[in-house]
Design a protein around this ligand. Sequence first.
Ligand code: 0X9
Ligand code: ZN
Length: 463
Amino acid sequence: MRKLAISAIILLNTACVMAAPIMRVPNTASSRVIVNQLNLDYTSRTPEYIEFVYDEEAKQRLIDLGHENTSFFKKTTITNKNADEQFSELMRKDDLGIYHTYEEIVTELNDYASTYPGLAKVIQVGTTFEGRNIIGIEIGNQSNQDRVPFLVMGTHHAREWIASEVPMASVKDLLESYESDAQAKKIVDSSTIVYVPMLNIDGGIYSRNGSPMWRKNRNANNKGGVGVDNNRNYEYKWGVTGASSSPWSDTYKGEEPMSENENQAVESLYQKYKFKSSISFHSYSELVLWPWGYTSSIQCKDNEIFKKIGTGMGEIMGYRPMQSADLYPAAGDSDDYLYAKHGVLAYTIELGRRFVPSESKVPEINSKGSKALRYFFENARNPFEKVVENKEYKVLKSLEYTVYALERAEYDTQTLQDAYQKLATFTKQEIQTGMNTLKMKHRVKKHIEADLSTFERFKKHNQ
Ligand code: 0X9
Ligand code: ZN
């Protein structure tokens, strides 16, 4: 697409980091421990394998910790001789080829708004650290009052270029087929869909302009380290797992929850639109993910609803649907936040098999992504309508709260006491059934049972 100036320095810069390969290792308990120990920049995880960037730093850490000759290292294979190759092919083109530059996104969204005045409206969502407008587009027939609000986001992570393409393709799909296609018309007439194709614009531009493997935003106010991982900065169980306190880390959670402009922008969008359902696009691994992301000790109380619609989208895309913490637990992501704080049916879709799939693969990913989104807009309109707040559901809620409280018990005993107080209002049988429904891990189950009987004994003693 359009011309983008790449300076000689930037090219030189790119050349310096060119040599790092991407390595793949089987996803076993022991390799997970080693990957975490080494603090490797993993680029993808599936239940079968983990891929990580094997740069000089990683190589050194592997040697320092004595893993050089272990079976871990022997089982690694190189999947991509050069992690940057996927980008450099495109960066040699003036305009990133089929991929959108930020300027192209802005131009295209403005063009849609002027071509489809009653159906599309450009919105300013917030301002980035480097002072750019976070741009979005609202799609929906403005003459209909009663519309269901959805949120579609792309590019929390700078290097995941394909994550902006599917939202852009879906906007095009719905607007251009509005007149000729009954399904598109129905969706646009009855929905308000807010698309933010590139949430992390500063990082997105930085990656596209010469530091392709950049992941975070470009916040430079962090003790010399640059960038916060926007998908670790949301305020729900912030920082408890799978996130770093070091400003130099790729998964840096930020100074405090919601400290980042991009995360605040999502919150203010929620306050304005009160979304029912949302999707955040990332890459890569071909997965459809949902809460909980912070813990794999339990499924969420609405797991069956997430699973049904997640599986539907997975079938269209040919992707595997699963709870995100079963892949790896990480706190502070957008799904946990939108679901826990605002009751949104919130998914993450990991697109493709590379951060930047080759140009020939993009049209198919876009078309499947647009189809999956149509399915989503039709099926996730009022996701919790059939939920009845009966005793069975209440016990699930209470168990969820207990697990939440348990994981912060170290510094907040009041919340835990509160949780047990509530849980103790249910019978042993109700609690057992609830634990089974949530597929609670054995260890946590035993912990709660033991705590609960201590709590009840304590209560009796004080009566
Ligand atoms: O780690 C992330 O933020 C996402 N993966 S990515 O490779 N695109 O960085 C996955 C988030 C899913 N959520 C959790 N596992 N909690
Ligand atoms: Zn990502």
